[in-house]
Design a protein around this ligand. Structure first.
Ligand SMILES: [Zn+2]
Length: 321
């Protein structure tokens, strides 16, 4: 049932709109609210887009450079991306060299665009080293650690509150709700995995995206490639992996949504192991796909919670004896 608003409420509603709308340019005609321009924010990976869009709600215009299935390691901005970056009010990215050469492009950029790396507040000693001999850099797949991802969420919230103080309360409320949901899903994930015997909790994948997940959720993680999808598995890596699978009687290998599955499929054939459904590694999925997690809630795959619920259910399906 619709009712006309009492006139006394209208100025209050206009004030509320102005306080939560991130306007940067008031319209010439103050009566025309649609003519105002929203703050525009460019986000890079699906992980960053998930957090920034949920912290801000509809307050700003968010343009995501990468979508489901994208491989950030090999990311090269298109001309269209460069225009989006140079015309944005802010760019929020992952950092830790996750998005290929993006950080150097941002620091060399002639434009004065404000940028923030979501990983920048994570203490160095909590990051895992990559196993690569040369060009040592930290493992960037930190969203698979609930603890580290909360540090990132706290950090980017502080940055956004500094930039957009007029929506401080909204950002704080959204942050608390995200962290609460993450805690619920993390506790559910740990209890689910406990039903798989410890010696069977082995996750073998194409590239090394799941070391933080292994550390936080007590799963042994082995990858054919190193940290980056740009490396190819050498012959010795392959032989070692085949020996390991045979020795441990591993019954399932896992391919990833954003990595070529060919090498792992060949090893599965050679060792007679099953291939599980593809896991989400470097990119989240689409909001159209959902998985049922704790308390029978549906979690869309374009969110941290949805990706964790889906990955845990997929790992359980593959590893269950
Ligand atoms: Zn990766």
């Amino acid at each position: 049932m619709h009712k006309f608003l009492p006139p006394i409420l209208l100025p209050a509603l206009v004030a509320l709109f102005l306080a939560t709308g991130c306007e940067i340019k008031p319209a010439k005609n103050s009566g025309d609210l649609n003519a105002t321009k929203k703050i525009s924010i460019v986000t890079t990976t699906t992980q960053v887009t998930d957090i920034v869009s949920r912290l801000l709600g509809n307050a700003c215009r968010i343009t995501s450079l990468m979508g489901p299935g994208a491989d950030p390691h090999s990311y090269k901005p298109t001309a269209h991306d460069m225009t989006a970056i140079s015309t944005a009010d802010m760019v929020i990215y992952h950092g830790l060299k996750f998005e290929g050469k993006l950080a150097s492009i941002l620091s060399n950029s002639q434009s004065k665009v404000r940028s923030y790396a979501i990983s920048s507040k994570v203490p160095q000693n909590l990051l895992l080293d990559s196993d690569e001999e040369e060009d040592k850099y930290p493992d960037p797949h930190i969203w698979f650690s609930p603890e580290l991802w909360v540090i990132c969420i706290e950090g980017v919230s502080e940055f956004l509150i500094e930039e957009l103080p007029e929506i401080k309360e909204e950002i704080i409320a959204n942050k608390s709700s995200i962290i609460e949901d993450m805690k619920e899903v993390s506790e559910w994930a740990i209890s689910q995995l406990q039903s798989i015997p410890e010696e069977k909790r082995i996750l073998i994948t194409s590239h090394d995206a799941f070391r933080y997940l292994g550390q936080c959720f007590d799963v042994e993680v082995i990858a054919l490639q190193g940290i980056s999808t740009l490396q190819e598995a050498g012959l010795s890596d392959r032989t070692n992996l085949v020996d390991y699978i045979n020795k441990k009687k591993v019954n399932c290998l896992f391919i990833e949504s954003s990595v070529n599955p060919k090498a792992l499929q060949e090893i599965a054939k050679e060792t007679g192991t099953d291939i599980g459904a593809p896991l989400y590694s470097d990119a989240y999925g689409s909001a159209d796909n959902q998985s049922t997690g704790p308390n029978k809630k549906s979690y869309p795959h374009n969110t941290w919670e949805g990706v964790l619920v889906y990955n845990i259910l997929t790992i359980m399906d593959g590893l269950r004896p």
